[in-house]
Design a protein around this ligand. Sequence first.
Ligand code: ZN
Length: 395
Amino acid sequence: MKKIRISALYKPTGIERDILLILNDEGRILEKTKFDGITNDYTFLDGIVFPTLVNAHTHIELTEFENVGKIGNLWDWILLVVKNKRSYPEEKFKNSISHGENFFLNQGVCCIGDVRSVLPEGPYFSCTSGRIFFEVLGYSEEILQAKLKAMETFLTSCNIDKGISIHSLYTTPFSVASDLIKMAEKKGLPVMIHLGETKFESELFFQKDVNGFKKIFPDCEFERIDISSYGDIIEKLNFNENTVLVHCVEFTKKDFDIVKKEGISVVLCPCSNLYWGENLPDFRYIMDREINFAVGTDSPLTNGIMNLREDANLILKNVNYEEKYYKKIFDALTYLGRKVLKISSTGLNKNELFTVLFIPNIYTEERLYDAFFNGGKIFLIQSDTKNGQIFKKQV
Ligand SMILES: [Zn+2]
């Protein structure tokens, strides 16, 4: 048994002070109480503790892709992934997954919303928690059918938190997307979809220039349907509180009002948007409307920075470092991010492996935000199940 005393614990509702945690030999939390002043023999974390970071949208399987530096265009990238990646040996995917997870772990990211289009053979997560969204990416009828089949296998195969990802509405026909959303609803699974990612996408959708897509994706059977806004798409496909929309760069205030009304979540990936030369979403409106949002780095190789705190800082910069947004962004990276992915684990719940982030000598919310966004030293504290010790490393 191990005892840990924490001087401050961050929660979105306020800070809890002087907490005592009792862990079993494996490092799982047995009890969380107020420190009684009598117990001794504890490890003291004198500072503030909070849940590890959530990277709510990434594609770990692409971590070790070659020659990506030469691609400066989203469409070429998608074609490369769809056409070439499928012939890569399985070993390469496994290496990518391990590599990507370690990369994120070293940033203090222990919860991942990972979009995969190959079957996850494990390791699923070297981190503590996450959700794997299996991606359907149509492109051609043949690939689409193969993906749908693989999806069925995925949904019955492994014991992890799962979700369904529809790559986009230009690589998956509306009717198929609609069926997948209904299926996810029945199974109680979240659905993740890239939507409103580029100016080009919205121009083609709403000017109904389906042939534009055909020029880029010649084999993709895109159906012509009557839509005039992203809000329209949301309503036509019955997106709901199980839906996670990624990017939303091209969304108008009106579209976001519908997002809010339907209880939909969004994931923002600003570094990725800038990488492709796109605009940034209306961060201020998203936060002012109190839309559930999280932050993601998107693909490890298409995003040159791929550090979640860089994405967070970019959002902050874009809202002129206004004080009221610090908390909202910090919560999106920790507690709210987990809510978006429907992950209950925080590293601080009963029966969980103790896994948190820690900043020494900080006891208030304001100083926490300040330290976090201004490059303060952060430590990952984790139960080391192998030798029963508490593991601490700077991230
Ligand atoms: Zn993505």
